[in-house]
Design a binder for this molecule. Structure first.
Ligand code: 9PG
Length: 536
């Protein structure tokens, strides 16, 4: 043990060697630990990918979210049942007098936990060079400490290339997969007088997950769709999930060896969605890299300039790879090939993305779970203990706790709502989300103008044109043009359920882990979506 000296505070630490840096110390060592001089009052849980929970809460392990079949797409599945408070790459504790102590990895494939009165960090993979096993330790006011950490990450991983974020209309949170050529045209026409920079086509245009060609709902093809968007004077945006494969896809049939397997030779689950089991591509396989680069060049050749790549965590799941390197390094290798093929002039948004491994290769990153036209699902929070499912509260909670990433990447909080139609959100809840988007400096909506009243259309225009003066007041508190906005009420987590709710939760969780239930829910969802199109 050696002593790290901070202003008014000494911390006992174990490591191989150390250097001082702006705002703290850089330690080296595959394993490191910091002895807490006081008992922690709160722990900063930092989830793995865009949708995983990030929050300050009690220094206790978080429950495993249910249903467990979805764990690979919502949390880092390797730590689903970890017994201690823990997080990906970094962890922090709150100390008396408002200071925090942060232990943050400066390299990938690393993890932090709070155990036996110490913050402990380790690098997961033996193949990582000991000299690359670096950590930042900072002590002091939260904003300052996180900022020093972000600066160091920027030096190692890089920054967004584009200067500022665009104002985006995204098709997902209105029509979902029910998009087709005529309905998108109607929506684009309706948006003529709104100052959007990008019109982005989300999930629903493709033949399938793995088959990235226009489906029967887009008979004129993808180039024609991009042309129509560009004809309105905006940039064309497109969604893809290039690292995922479903059993019904041609890749699954023709290139089984491209998929990520485990040590026993079975396919690694990447979750369940679209009524199907999800699998992942092995981004160290040379044929996969060629296929990914070709796909990205094709999308660019169609004319899309704003590219949202989703479900990217799939590339970093634990498994046995063609080239045996650490999983996040394998993902980052794949992402560099993607970035290179997209070209520097494309705007690249990552989503469902492992946070650190994506920094420096993308312009923007989704930093929280999906919004929805609801505040919170009682089933998901109370019965399933799941803070990652779609809803405004879950999105706000994690996004606010990831704003420290702003010096590195454009922070996408997901879309905001203006409509009073097709939503149960209150005006206050919608305003809170709009305020968050202004703080993030990333503005998007999915509302078709046809769903908005005259006042709501004016409000949307004002939101897109106005950039309020934002000031940080404290954790979860900001002023926007001198108006105080407090996000604290969105931070609480579901209480531990009492015996009846706990029992009901176990049953619901079990049911939700049956593929048949998920297939049924997918079918029901599709049926209700078709009605939405008639509302344009
Ligand atoms: C398209 C959507 C939108 C959205 C993305 C992502 O756990 N899940 O089943 C799950 C499904 C969808 C999802 C996130 C999680 O949303 O964040 O913006 O592009 O895909 O399918």
């Amino acid at each position: 043990m050696s002593i790290l000296q901070f202003e008014n505070q000494q911390i006992n630490a174990a490591f191989d060697n150390l250097t001082t840096t702006n705002g703290g110390y850089i330690l080296r060592g595959r394993n490191t630990s910091l002895k807490l001089p006081f008992s922690a009052q709160a722990y900063f849980h930092h989830g793995w990918q865009s949708w995983s929970l990030a929050v300050w809460s009690k220094p206790e392990a978080l429950p495993t979210p249910r249903p467990t079949i979805l764990n690979p797409m919502q949390i880092d599945p390797l730590y689903a049942k970890h017994p201690n408070p823990n997080g990906s790459w970094l962890g922090a504790v709150e100390m008396p007098r408002g200071n925090i102590l942060l232990l943050g990895a400066l390299n990938l494939d690393s993890h932090v936990q709070l155990r036996d009165g110490s913050l402990q960090g380790w690098y997961e993979d033996e193949s990582i060079e000991p000299s690359a096993c670096e950590w930042f330790v900072g002590f002091g006011p939260e904003e300052k400490v996180f900022n020093s950490y972000a600066q160091l990450l920027g030096k190692r991983l890089g920054h967004a290339r584009a200067a500022t974020a665009y104002r985006v209309w995204c098709s997902w949170y209105s029509l979902y997969t029910a998009i087709d050529e005529p309905s998108l045209q109607t929506i684009f026409d309706g948006l003529q007088n709104q100052p959007f920079d990008v019109l982005q086509v989300d999930d629903g245009w493709q033949i399938g997950i793995g088959d990235w060609q226009a489906n029967a709902k887009f008979p004129s093809g993808m180039k024609s769709l991009a042309d129509r968007i560009k004809a309105t004077g905006r940039k064309a945006g497109l969604w893809l999930a290039p690292l995922l494969v479903v059993p019904s896809s041609s890749i699954y049939r023709d290139h089984h060896d491209w998929l990520l397997h485990n040590d026993q030779g079975q396919l690694v689950s990447a979750g369940f969605n679209w009524g199907e089991q999800l699998y992942a591509l092995d981004t160290t396989h040379p044929a996969v890299l060629t296929w990914l680069a070709d796909l990205m060049r094709r999308v660019r050749a169609w004319g899309f300039e704003y590219i949202k790549l989703d479900f990217l965590y799939a590339g970093a799941l634990p498994g046995k790879r063609y080239t045996p390197i650490a999983r996040e390094a394998a993902y980052r290798g794949g992402l560099s090939v993607i970035r290179e093929a997209l070209g520097d002039d494309a705007y690249f948004l990552t989503c469902g993305a492992p946070i650190l491994p994506s920094i420096g290769l993308c312009d923007a990153m989704r930093i929280g779970p999906d919004v929805a036209a609801i505040w919170e699902s009682a089933r998901d929070s109370l019965l399933l203990n799941n803070p990652t499912t779609p809803g405004l509260k879950n999105a706000i909670r994690t996004t606010i706790n990831r704003l420290w990433l702003a010096p590195l990447v454009h922070t996408d909080p997901d879309v905001v709502f203006f409509r009073s139609d097709e939503t149960s959100l209150t005006p206050e809840q919608k305003t809170l989300m709009q305020d968050l988007a202004q703080i993030c400096k990333f503005k998007a909506t999915s509302d078709p103008a046809q769903w908005l009243t005259k006042t709501e259309r004016d409000n949307l225009r004002a939101f897109l044109t106005h950039q309020p003066k934002v000031e940080y007041v404290g954790r979860y508190k900001y002023t926007l043009d001198e108006r105080l906005v407090d996000f604290s009420p969105s931070m609480d987590l579901p209480k531990h359920p009492t015996w009846f709710l706990a029992l009901l939760g176990s049953i619901t969780g079990w049911l939700g882990s049956q593929p048949i239930t998920l297939k049924l829910l997918d079918k029901m969802g599709k049926n209700s979506l078709d009605k939405l199109k008639n509302r344009l």
